[in-house]
Design a protein around this ligand. Structure first.
Ligand SMILES: [Zn+2]
Length: 173
């Protein structure tokens, strides 16, 4: 069992605002449920590629467009931010700020967060849950996806999956 989950935090140039308090809140909530918190590295800059869509809210079909844009940004993040066992949490300001929701995506060890409306620590937790194998369950009100509301607590099933995954992780000092 690992003592801490090492998290590398990056922000792109367009992202304004402080993310540390939300990350710390997410860490506390994760620790409450799984006994393991985040060891958060210094925030570094991620020079995210592509153009920015600050007025995304004005777009028709914005959900589909947002998915596309996030897919692109995720590939950019994975290409540019290399890690050695850490989880990467990247924040982007490229996708607007007027949108009502915070949007998250997870892919292997990488988490991407955009359009942040505080509080969004539950979105961070949700996506980190995916990194450890938790699934989106539309039939459950607990683990939710876009279109549903995010909550702090994982379903029993996801708790088991995450716990098993944490036990498998290599021991770190
Ligand atoms: Zn999800």
């Amino acid at each position: 069992m690992i003592n801490m989950i090492r998290v590398k935090v990056v922000k792109d140039r367009e992202f304004k605002g402080d993310v540390m308090s939300e990350l710390e809140k997410a860490s506390q909530e994760f620790k409450r449920q799984f006994g393991v918190g985040f060891e958060i590295s210094e925030i570094s800059e991620w020079n995210s590629g592509g153009i920015s869509f600050r007025f995304l809210d004005l777009f028709p079909f914005r959900q589909r467009f947002l998915n596309m844009l996030f897919g692109h940004l995720m590939r950019d993040l994975k290409r540019k931010v290399k890690v050695n066992g850490e989880i990467v949490v990247g924040f982007t300001g490229k996708v607007g700020s007027q949108h009502k929701k915070t949007f998250g995506l997870a892919d292997s060890n990488y988490v991407l967060i955009g359009i942040c409306q505080r509080p969004y620590s539950h979105v961070i937790i949700h996506e980190v849950g995916h990194v450890f194998g938790a699934d989106d369950r539309p039939d459950s009100s607990v683990m939710s996806s876009q279109g549903f509301s995010y909550t702090y607590d994982f379903s029993l099933q996801d708790r088991e999956i995450i716990t098993r995954s944490l036990l498998r992780s290599p021991k770190e000092s």
